[in-house]
Ligand binder design. Sequence first.
Ligand SMILES: [Zn+2]
Ligand SMILES: [Zn+2]
Ligand SMILES: [Zn+2]
Length: 297
Amino acid sequence: MNAAANLTRPTRVHQIAVVLWVTLGLNWLVAALKIMFGLVTGCMVIIADGAHSFSDGTSNIIGLIAIHVSASPPDNGHPYGHQKYETLASAVIAFLLFVVSFSIFKEAIHSFIHPTQPEVNALSFGLMTFTLVVNLFVVWYERRAGRRLKSDLLISDAWHTLTDVLVTLTVFVALAGIYWNVPRMDSIFSLLIAAVIVTTALGILKTSSDVLCDKAVLDLGQIEKIVRSVDGVQGCHQIRTRGRTDDIYVDLHVLVDNEMTVARSHQLANTIEHDIKNAKPGIHDVVVHVEPVSHQH
Ligand SMILES: [Zn+2]
Ligand SMILES: [Zn+2]
Ligand SMILES: [Zn+2]
């Protein structure tokens, strides 16, 4: 069995929370440094990157709220559990990123029309080097924890932080351009950062909407092969899969001999459920609808 299945949910939630708190602290540390420094030197590209880091921290907070809600056990109101709240939070993060990129677009276009010459010195490059080191640490840290804990939230945040590394590198290029007095470098690269943030947001929105809109998550051919290999199954159709990769729901129809007893067909359904769960990790439930071979629908 995989490691995540062996952890009880509170332990998993606690571990995800620790990762998010550490990431939040680092994001807001570099955000504060960049925004203050950018304001002092009048360098918009650094302010834009700082705003971006600030929104990254805000998304960590949404993540923290979401995992605490999603950890609560199924109840009468939510009999399938609360895990999709984490997916919903990812979608909210995406919208937040749209807002941040819009404000950067607006500022960048304004300064493109009315250009200013910001100040760039050794400290500018030093600050961005520090940001780069922090980004790379967060990518490594979140991705490792996300895989171990099977958390979409941590993995998508790690992907996001990887785009932060690229953004930080483009800030270096912008600073070099400003340093060598190339006109409008500040606004052009701010626009580029805004475009990167929009792309990230679209990616997160795609992943979370796939889960929320019940996109198929498993290969139907593989499921059918497992079902057909069970003794007594004469056919199989209407296979449906949905949910998060750590919380998958499967339902399907099987054809059996017309004269099979209820007791035997119930046993058959249990075997099918057991075999599918064994073959594929992350399956929460399998519902089997049994049909006599002459009355299939
Ligand atoms: Zn970011
Ligand atoms: Zn039963
Ligand atoms: Zn059927």
